[in-house]
Design a binder for this molecule. Structure first.
Ligand code: AMP
Length: 283
């Protein structure tokens, strides 16, 4: 496994990997790796001749300065995990390598970025689009792997790739969870024991909402109201949103039919967590 810090070196290495008949898969991450990230890496390994993983805590996508400062970082541990997964290249650049001309929001996020996370984290998806586009230009992957855990991010990236005709296939991978349903997240490390217990409220509310839909409930407002009750019973939880949306583009639904997704964001103490579940109802 080679660890590359310079964009120029990574670009040159990627050009060598991308010889005719060979495929390069790519997993962008912010490090503090867990089994969720590693599931993406394994899928990437299976489907490509070469696997490149990036580790870059992208300052541009943090609308909250203290979240950026407290974001967990442990490059040596991450490199050990990636070595075991037989990753070919780890791209771990500095900010200057990614943004040599400063952090300009020069990639306009698509419409799907405007709702939910886009409302609660102004500028977040402009940062995501800027870094992903830059990373794609450097690594030139044929396929890039993203988690369902950040479902809106997946839709934003997919739409950005389409709008800019980038030659990358965006692949979405299932959310990896703890036994009690909590979605793995680098931010979970910041929860104390009481908060960790309370954090299951996201999955409990999503799952109860999904069950209600599968039992025949068609009204998004009914499901949203029902699920919000779960947060009301959890003193450590401060919910930001809970919504049932069209799985294609996160537009609001009059009636739940076809592919839908339940999404929520909630603060547990100082830590902001998000999660979602897909549900499919006969149209
Ligand atoms: P991050 O390091 O949080 O930016 O995440 C890097 C990638 O890993 C993103 O595509 C995430 O959606 C994905 N990811 C994060 N947590 C999980 C999880 N629990 N299961 C599957 N994928 C995940």
């Amino acid at each position: 496994m080679q660890v590359v810090k310079s964009a120029q070196e990574m670009r040159a290495a990627a050009a060598r990997l991308n010889e005719p008949g060979k495929s390069v898969g790519f997993v962008p991450t912010m490090g503090a790796l867990h089994e969720g990230h590693l599931s993406l890496v394994r899928k990437c390994r299976q489907e490509n001749d070469f696997c490149v993983v990036s580790i870059f805590v992208n300052p541009m996508q943090f609308n909250d300065k203290s979240d950026l400062k407290n974001y967990p970082r442990d490059l040596q541990r991450d490199l050990g995990l990636l070595e075991k997964e037989k990753v070919d290249f780890v791209f771990a650049p500095t900010e200057k390598e990614i943004y040599p001309h400063g952090t300009n929001a020069d990639v306009k996020p698509p419409a799907v970025a405007e709702t939910l996370e886009g409302k609660f984290r102004p500028g977040h998806f402009a940062g995501v689009c800027a870094v992903v586009k830059r990373l794609f230009e450097i690594v030139s992957p044929g396929k890039a792997y993203f988690g369902h855990k950040d479902y809106q991010q997946f839709l934003v990236v997919k739409e950005m790739v389409r709008a800019h005709s980038l030659p990358v296939t965006v692949v979405v991978c299932p959310t990896v969870r703890e036994k009690d349903g909590l979605a793995l997240s680098s931010r979970n490390a910041r929860l104390d024991a009481r908060e960790r217990k309370a954090a299951t409220v996201l999955f409990r509310a999503l799952n109860a909402g999904k069950e209600k839909i599968l039992a025949g409930e068609k009204s998004p407002a009914e499901v949203e109201g029902f699920a919000k009750g779960f947060f009301g019973k959890e003193p450590l939880a401060k919910p930001e949103y809970f919504a049932v949306r069209d799985a294609k583009d996160l537009s609001e639904l009059k009636e739940i039919r076809g592919g839908a997704v339940l999404l929520c964001a909630c603060r547990i103490g100082k830590t902001r967590l998000i999660d979602n579940l897909a549900v499919s109802v006969p149209a």
